[in-house]
Design a protein. Structure first.
Lengths: 364, 678
C-alpha cells in the first residue's frame, strides 16, 4: 500500500495532476484564476539538503484535482528557490517568500508566469529570510527571520519599509490594523539559550512597534479568530510543552490546550498535538468558542501531520502530511493533503510535493 | 524542510608534488611490505629506506586488499591533491565539498566515513566529535605515501588501535632521514595554480652522528577558491564564482629518530597545524552571501619506541597527546547579537604497548594493549562535556607455512562514556575477531588467492550522543562484518614489462547503523535503525613497460562496483535501494610516459550517478561524471641535485560535477610547480 502511495505521488508530480475521482478531464485553462476561489494553494518546502525542490500546488475542491509544481511548469522548469516558506495570493499576483534563498518570488495568479524576484535585503530596507506574509489594503507584510517586519507595496512591487522586531519572528496575524508578531528566538538552541518570550505589536499605518509584551516560551503563530486573538507556542521541546493560548485584551496569555498546530475555524479552533517526550501518536482536538471546551476531533487521521489550515471561504479543513517510510515519516517523499468538511467527514486526499507546510487562500 | 547544512567545513589541501628519487625513495611506506616483521636494528631499518625501489610494493602477497600510492606514483600519475589520490583507488567513495578548502572525507566499500580509521605515521588520528577525519588538511607536499587497507593489516606487530576500524588509510610522511646518510637533505618546492592558489613547502633532514637523525618540514597554502561554476534554473543558466571561500593553512612538524641500545629506535614527532577559512556554504539559487568562518588549530606530539630484544621478542610502545580546537563563526542577522560563535576543544591522551613473539620460524604471536582518553567541550553554557575512556587489547597470531599465510586476531574493546553532568551513554564491551588467509598455489608463479573476514564496530560520536538531538545517549555501536575473497597476480620480474592485477569480491554488512530520524514534528533524534548490505568488487591493474633505456610507460586502472543496499525492513520504501552518495560504478585510469625529455601523464576519474537520498528519489539524483586531466614535467639533474618543473591541467574538459549536493567541484584549471632537491 505504501509503495502504491509513493508511486501515485511520483506519478502525480510527473503529470502535474492527480484526482480523487476518476472523472477528471484535462484541466481547462482558467486564465482569470477563478479556480482559486474554490481552492487552496499549498507550498511545499522540499528538502534542498537532499536535492528535493520545493514547489507551489493548487488544490481544486470542485474537480477534486491538484495541480502540482505550478511555478516550474509555467516557467520552463524555473525553481522557486531554496525552501519556499510562505505565500499569499493577492490581487492578480501570487507572492512567495523563499527563506533560504532569501527572496520573494512574484508571479501572475492567472498563469503563474514569473514576474519578479526580490532579493533580500533590498537596498536601504532591512530584513532577510521571509517567514510569514499577510496581505492587506494593497500591501503585503512579511515577517523576516532576521528580526524585521517588512512592507511590500503591491503596485510598485517594492519593499519600501521595515521595522525591527524579533529575535526570529514567526507567523504573524493581523487584527484591528495591527500586526501581532511572535518573537520565537528559534535560533536559541544553537547556543543553549532560552527561547523567546515576547511578542511585538506593529501598527501598520506608521510601521512602528507600539507594544512588546510577554508571552509563553517560543511563540510560533498568532491566530486571529472570531473569538479574539490566540497564540500558539512551541515551548522548549522539554518541560515547557507546546500549547495554544488565548490572548486577552490586556495581552495576557491563558492556556487553552496543549497544541503543536492550530487553525481557527468559524466557531472553533482545530488542534493537533504531539507530546515531545513521548512517541505517542499525534492527537486531534477541537476547542469550541461557545462552550470553551476541548473535545476530541474525530477525523480520519493522516499519517504524520505537517500543516493545518482552515479555508474560511469554502469551509474546509486541510491537514497536510508526510508519508511514512516504515515507522518514521519521510521528509524527502512527496506528501499529501487531506481535506475535511466542517462535519469532520473526510472529503479528499491530494498528493503534492515534499514537506507540505504552508497553505494560503485567495485574498481579495 | 531544510536541515541546517552539516557544518560545512571546508578545509585546505595544500599540494606540492615533489619528486625526490634518491632521498626518500619509495620505501617509506607502511605497506611497502606487509609481511615485514620488524627485523630492524636502527641502521638496517632506516638503511632500507634509501635502497628500495621507488615503485609501489607489489600488493600480491597480501591476504587483505591493500592499495598504495607513493610519491613516485603521485608524480607519474598526475595526482594533484589528496582527494585526487584517493579517487584513484578502488573501493573508495570520497565526499568532497569542492575546492582547496572543501572538507574531504573518505568512506571505504560503502561503510561510511566514520568506519575509516586514519593513521598518521602509524598512530591513529581521531575526531570524537564527528567521528571522521577531514583529509583536506594533509598536503601532498609532506606526504610520502598513502595506503588503504580493507581489513586488518598483515603485519601483526601494531598498536591495538590499528585494528579498531573496518578499514584504514595510512598516511606516511617525510620523516627523519637515514642515519647512514650524512648529507643534509633538503627539498623545497612551490606550487601555484588557478584561483589564487599558492603553496610553498620545505623539508630539511640531517643525521647527527650515527645515533640521531632529525628532520623538519612545513607547508603553507593560500587559495582564494573563487572558482567559477554554473547555476541552472530552468531556462536560465548563470555563470557565477564561488564567493567567501578563501583559505590560509599551514602545517609544520619536527621528527627525530634516535638509535638506542641494544637495537631500539625512538621516534619523536611534533606536529602543528593551523587554518583560517571562509566557508562558501551550499550553492543556493541566487546565492545569498555566506559569512561563515572556520579556524582550526591542532597540535600533537607522539613518541614511538621499538626494540628487538632477541630473535624471538620485540617490543613497541607508543604515546601521544593531541589537542585540537575548532572555532566556527557565522555572522548572520538571524542571531540576535548578529553572530554565532562556537569553539570546540578536543583532547586525547593515548598510550600503547605491544609485544611480538616468534617462537619458531614462520610463526608469530603479538599482544597489544592500548588506552586512550578523549574529551571535548564547547564555549556554551549548560553544554555537555563528554569524555570517553577506551581500553583495547589485541591478541594476534600469524602463521606462514608452505605457501600459505594465515592471520587471526581478536580485539577486545571496552569503552566508557560519561559526561561531566553525570549523563552516561552506553558503555561498550565487544570482542571483535578477524581472520585472513593467502595462498600461493604455484611456487614459481606470483599468483595468490586470498580470503578474509573482519568484524568490528564504531562507537557513536560525541555529536551523535550528546549534541543537538533528543534522547540519543543510549545509542549502541554500529557493527560491521566484512568478507573478502580475491586473487592477485604479478608478472615475473626482470622483463621489460610487468603487470600486477588484483581482483576482489566482498560483502560488507552494517547493523545498528546510526541515522537521524524525526523524533516528532520538530526534533530529530539519532537511532540505531538501519541495516546495510554492500556487495562489491574491486579490480586494480598496474602495467609498465620499459621500451627503451630511461623510459617507462605505465598504465594504472581501477574499477569498483558497490551495490550498497539499505536493508532495514521490507516495510520501508528504501528497502534494497542504493545507499545515498554511493555510486554503483566508479573508476580511474592513468597513462604516463616517463622519459628523460618531457614526461607526460593523462588520467581520468569518474563514477556513475548517485542519489542524495536513501529513497533514491528521482530529483535527488546527482549525475555521474568522468573528469580527466594531464600533466607534463621535466627533471633537471646537476651535481647530484635535481630540479623538477611541472604543469598540471585539471578537469581538462571542464566537466561540471558534484561529489556533494550543492557543492560544485572546480572546472578546468591549472597548476604549476617547481621542486628542488639538494
Amino acid at each position: 500500500m505504501k509503495k502504491y502511495l509513493y508511486l501515485t505521488a511520483a506519478a502525480a508530480a510527473m503529470f502535474c495532476m492527480t484526482a480523487c475521482s476518476d472523472d477528471n478531464g484535462p484541466d481547462d485553462d482558467d486564465s482569470d484564476g477563478k479556480k482559486a476561489y474554490q481552492g487552496a494553494y499549498v507550498l511545499c518546502q522540499g528538502n534542498q539538503y537532499n536535492k528535493i525542490p520545493g514547489n507551489l500546488n493548487l488544490i481544486d475542491y470542485a474537480t477534486t484535482t491538484v495541480s502540482n509544481d505550478l511555478f516550474s511548469l509555467a516557467n520552463n522548469g524555473m525553481s522557486l528557490g531554496d525552501t519556499p516558506q510562505c505565500g499569499v495570493a493577492y490581487g492578480s499576483k501570487i507572492y512567495v517568500g523563499v527563506s533560504m534563498s532569501s527572496t520573494i518570488q512574484i508571479m501572475n495568479r492567472s498563469d503563474y508566469k514569473y514576474l519578479k524576484t526580490i532579493t533580500l535585503p533590498v537596498e536601504g530596507v532591512e530584513g532577510t529570510q521571509p517567514r510569514s506574509m499577510v496581505a492587506h489594503k494593497g500591501k503585503i507584510y512579511i515577517s523576516m527571520y532576521d528580526g524585521y517586519v517588512a512592507r511590500l507595496d503591491t503596485l510598485t512591487l517594492q519593499i519600501d519599509k521595515s521595522v525591527k522586531v524579533g529575535p526570529n519572528p514567526e507567523i504573524m496575524a493581523l487584527r484591528d490594523e495591527k500586526l501581532y508578531v511572535p518573537n520565537s528566538f528559534g535560533m536559541a538552541y544553537m547556543q543553549n539559550l532560552p527561547y523567546g518570550k515576547t511578542a511585538s505589536v506593529v501598527d501598520i499605518a506608521t510601521m512602528t512597534v507600539t507594544t512588546t509584551f510577554d508571552v509563553p516560551e517560543n511563540p510560533k503563530e498568532f491566530i486571529n479568530t472570531t473569538d479574539g486573538l490566540y497564540l500558539l507556542c512551541n515551548g522548549n521541546y522539554s518541560d515547557a510543552k507546546a500549547a495554544l493560548y488565548k490572548v486577552d485584551k490586556d495581552l495576557k496569555c491563558t492556556e487553552v490546550a496543549k497544541a503543536a498546530m492550530a487553525a481557527a475555524g468559524d466557531d472553533k479552533i482545530y488542534i493537533i498535538n504531539q507530546d515531545y517526550y513521548s512517541e505517542e501518536q499525534n492527537t486531534y482536538f477541537v476547542y469550541d468558542f461557545s462552550t470553551k471546551k476541548v473535545t476530541p476531533w474525530e477525523i480520519k487521521k493522516p499519517d504524520y501531520p505537517s500543516g493545518l489550515a482552515y479555508d474560511k471561504a469554502n469551509k474546509k479543513i486541510l491537514v497536510s502530511s508526510y508519508v511514512m517510510n516504515g515507522e518514521y515519516p519521510s521528509y524527502d517523499l512527496p506528501g499529501y493533503v487531506n481535506v475535511y468538511e466542517t462535519d469532520n467527514s473526510f472529503s479528499c486526499q491530494y498528493f503534492i510535493g515534499a514537506g507540505p507546510t504552508c497553505f494560503f487562500f485567495h485574498t481579495k | 524542510m531544510r536541515k541546517q547544512k552539516a557544518k560545512g567545513r571546508l578545509l585546505p589541501a595544500a599540494i606540492l608534488i615533489m619528486f625526490s628519487p634518491s632521498v626518500y625513495a619509495g620505501g617509506l611506506f607502511l605497506c611497502a611490505d606487509n609481511n615485514a616483521e620488524p627485523t630492524d636494528t636502527v641502521g638496517k631499518e632506516l638503511g632500507t629506506l634509501t635502497v628500495s625501489a621507488s615503485r609501489t610494493a607489489s600488493p600480491t602477497a597480501s591476504a587483505i586488499p591493500v592499495q598504495s600510492i607513493d610519491r613516485d606514483k603521485m608524480r607519474t600519475s598526475g595526482i594533484t591533491d589528496i582527494s585526487d589520490a584517493l579517487r584513484r583507488m578502488a573501493g573508495v567513495t570520497l565526499r568532497d565539498y569542492g575546492g582547496e578548502g572543501g572538507m574531504k572525507t573518505l568512506s571505504l566499500r560503502g561503510l561510511g566515513s566514520q568506519h575509516t580509521g586514519v593513521l598518521y605515521d602509524g598512530v591513529a588520528l581521531s575526531d570524537v566529535q564527528s567521528g571522521q577525519i577531514d583529509l583536506a588538511r594533509y598536503s601532498l607536499g609532506s606526504i610520502a605515501g598513502l595506503t588503504v587497507n580493507h581489513g586488518d593489516a598483515n603485519d601483526i606487530f601494531l598498536p591495538a588501535r590499528a585494528a579498531a576500524s573496518a578499514a584504514t588509510l595510512s598516511i606516511t610522511t617525510l620523516r627523519a632521514p637515514s642515519m647512514l646518510d650524512e648529507n643534509l637533505q633538503l627539498t623545497a618546492g612551490i606550487k601555484t595554480g588557478a584561483f589564487g592558489y599558492i603553496a610553498p613547502s620545505l623539508y630539511i633532514g640531517k643525521s647527527i652522528g650515527e645515533k640521531v637523525s632529525i628532520s623538519a618540514s612545513g607547508d603553507f597554502t593560500h587559495s582564494d577558491n573563487n572558482f567559477p561554476f554554473t547555476i541552472h534554473n530552468g531556462p536560465l543558466t548563470k555563470r557565477e564564482k564561488r564567493k567567501d571561500s578563501d583559505l590560509n593553512s599551514g602545517h609544520g612538524e619536527i621528527n627525530a629518530a634516535i638509535a638506542t641500545n641494544p637495537s631500539g629506535t625512538l621516534r619523536l614527532k611534533f606536529y602543528g597545524y593551523g587554518k583560517k577559512q571562509h566557508l562558501p556554504g551550499p550553492v543556493i539559487l541566487y546565492s545569498p552571501p555566506n559569512n561563515e568562518k572556520l579556524s582550526e588549530g591542532n597540535f600533537f606530539g607522539q613518541v614511538q619506541y621499538k626494540t628487538r630484544l632477541s630473535d624471538k621478542w620485540s617490543l613497541m610502545a607508543n604515546a601521544k597527546f593531541n589537542w585540537a580546537k575548532t572555532h566556527y563563526t557565522d555572522i548572520n542577522t538571524i542571531y540576535p547579537d548578529g553572530r554565532l560563535d562556537n569553539r570546540y576543544i578536543q583532547r586525547e591522551a593515548y598510550l600503547s604497548a605491544a609485544a611480538l613473539y616468534r617462537p619458531i620460524r614462520g610463526l608469530s604471536f603479538s599482544y597489544a594493549a592500548d588506552w586512550f582518553f578523549n574529551n571535548m567541550n564547547r564555549n556554551i553554557t549548560n553544554d555537555p562535556k563528554p569524555r570517553r575512556n577506551t581500553v583495547l587489547q589485541a591478541l594476534a597470531v600469524k602463521w606462514q607455512v608452505w605457501r600459505l599465510m594465515l592471520t587471526g586476531k581478536g580485539l577486545l574493546s571496552l569503552v566508557y562514556n560519561s559526561d561531566a553532568d553525570g549523563k552516561g551513554g552506553k558503555k561498550a564491551q565487544r570482542l571483535s575477531p578477524s581472520i585472513s588467509a593467502s595462498i600461493q598455489p604455484m611456487e614459481k608463479v606470483d599468483f595468490h588467492v586470498r580470503a578474509s573476514y573482519k568484524n568490528i564496530f564504531r562507537m557513536p560520536t560525541f555529536s551523535e550522543l550528546y549534541f543537538d538531538h533528543k534522547g540519543s545517549i543510549n545509542l549502541k555501536p554500529e557493527i560491521t562484518d566484512q568478507i573478502n575473497v580475491g586473487m592477485t597476480y604479478g608478472s615475473p620480474k626482470g622483463r621489460i614489462w610487468d603487470v600486477t592485477v588484483t581482483a576482489d569480491g566482498y560483502m560488507n554488512l552494517v547493523r545498528n547503523k546510526i541515522v537521524a530520524m524525526p523524533y516528532n514534528m520538530f526534533v530529530m533524534t539519532m537511532t540505531n535503525l538501519d541495516k546495510v548490505r554492500v556487495l562489491g568488487a574491486d579490480v586494480t591493474l598496474n602495467a609498465g613497460i620499459v621500451p627503451w633505456d630511461k623510459q617507462k610507460i605505465i598504465l594504472d586502472a581501477t574499477w569498483s562496483y558497490q551495490r550498497a543496499a539499505t536493508r532495514s525492513s521490507r516495510d520501508r520504501l528504501d528497502w534494497n535501494k542504493q545507499v545515498a552518495y554511493t555510486p554503483l560504478n566508479s573508476g580511474a585510469v592513468s597513462l604516463s610516459w616517463d622519459n628523460p625529455w618531457v614526461s607526460v601523464s593523462i588520467h581520468g576519474t569518474g563514477c556513475s550517478a548517485r542519489y542524495a537520498t536513501n529513497l533514491n528519489i528521482p530529483s535527488s539524483r546527482i549525475s555521474g561524471y568522468f573528469e580527466c586531466g594531464a600533466a607534463i614535467w621535466h627533471t633537471f639533474r646537476f651535481h647530484g641535485h635535481s630540479l623538477e618543473l611541472r604543469a598540471d591541467l585539471i578537469n581538462a574538459l571542464d566537466k561540471e560535477y558534484e561529489l556533494v549536493n550543492a557543492y560544485p567541484m572546480p572546472g578546468r584549471s591549472w597548476q604549476a610547480s617547481v621542486t628542488f632537491n639538494l
